[in-house]
Design a protein around this ligand. Structure first.
Ligand code: ASP
Length: 359
């Protein structure tokens, strides 16, 4: 009888764990699963951009809208993983939801270039094969992460750009849209504000002043919303992807870190999968995503230690931003040195953690 009661108790405990579906208070977002003793079957973590995201600048409605979209997106990937799907599918489909939302600087809602166009960048990497794909500066491909994936799976190349990438996308049957599809008033107004300030400064815009403007706080602060995802599937395969419109007022065909394998995105089954967001130039110079993996690989650092070390390096150079990552054991980390980063993570228990601010 005693044995029967213990067994019954164990079954009930297991059942309640598997079915828990908790939205954890955002104040607990700093929690990582770093120290969990049991390796989860799968895990997924996303970001929607890092920057000066402050509670005082946020309305309850806006905050609710961001959280709802983050949750909708991560649940898509979670369900794929739960049903035995691949981390590559989870990453792609999760990012599609964020690309289709005007809230984020990726797909619809991308920031504007100086020429008042939207030029999109994306990349994806398969941790099992170290295969990777990326696209840069496309104006007509509705979901750039799909293009990055097609480059990885359907071409012999890793990175395609501009018109050539668009021709390839069309050949692959990907959704093509008129460039006006990416327009949002909010992003267009951001560009106009930045341009008005540029014009207010007397004199013509030479290369040096344009460079300074590009790094102006206002410009940096109007570009939030790059999106990214890292996932571990039930087969132990890691994948990561990133998609962005880049930085407001970018010129001269500027390309940031998002489509650069090793900077914006990296995945390796031996270590981790990482997606970055932030001041792209610094993330390229610090080779953020690959460096995190390398520190784990060569120095045996934990994901948390490696992420912190590399973001400190970015800060030392003068840059800022953040990363989301998952390691081969399912530990998840959301690390950033900005005021905030839109982010969410889910483990195999269905426990959901959503965060926006630092605290
Ligand atoms: N990293 C992106 C870029 O530099 C921007 C961002 O993540 O906010 O293009």
């Amino acid at each position: 009888m005693k044995k029967f009661i213990i067994a019954l108790f164990a079954v009930l405990l297991l059942y309640s764990c598997k079915n828990s579906n908790t939205t954890v208070d955002p104040s607990k977002t700093e929690k990582s699963t770093q120290n969990s003793s049991q390796k989860p079957d799968f895990a997924i973590i996303i970001h929607g951009g890092a920057g000066t995201i402050l509670r005082k600048n946020m309305t309850p409605e806006k905050e609710a809208a961001y959280k709802a979209k983050l949750e909708e997106a991560i649940r898509v990937g979670y369900n794929i993983l739960k049903n035995g799907g691949t981390s590559l599918d989870a990453v792609t489909k999760t990012i599609n939801v964020l690309e289709d939302s005007p809230l984020f600087n990726a797909g619809k809602g991308a920031v504007f270039t100086n020429a008042e166009t939207n030029e999109l960048d994306a990349s994806i990497m398969d941790g099992k094969t170290l295969n990777a794909g990326a696209s840069a500066s496309t104006k007509t491909v509705r979901n750039p992460i799909d293009l990055a994936r097609a480059v990885m799976e359907k071409s012999k190349h890793v990175m395609l750009s501009g018109e050539g990438a668009e021709i390839f996308a069309k050949e692959q049957g990907l959704a093509i849209v008129d460039p006006s599809y990416f327009y949002t008033e909010k992003r267009f107004e951001s560009l106009q504000r930045v341009k008005a300030r540029e014009e207010a400064k007397a004199g013509k815009i030479d290369t040096e002043s344009a460079f300074l403007d590009f790094y102006d706080a206002d410009i940096k602060n109007s570009k939030f919303g790059t999106v990214g995802c890292a996932a571990l599937d039930k087969d132990g395969n890691l994948a990561a992807g990133t998609s962005t419109g880049g930085m407001t007022n970018k010129r001269w065909g500027r390309i940031g870190d998002a489509p650069i394998i090793g900077s914006g995105t990296y995945a390796n089954n031996a270590t981790c999968a990482v997606s970055s967001t932030g001041w792209g130039e610094y993330f390229i110079r610090a080779q953020v995503a690959h460096d995190i993996s390398a520190l784990m690989d060569y120095k045996g650092l934990s994901l948390k230690e490696a992420s912190k070390t590399v973001l400190d390096k970015v800060a030392d150079l003068g840059g800022d931003g953040g990363i989301v990552a998952v390691d081969k054991d399912g530990n998840m980390v959301a690390e950033f040195n900005t005021a905030g980063m839109y982010r969410a993570q889910m483990n195999d228990n269905g426990e959901l953690i959503i965060g926006i601010y630092k605290e």
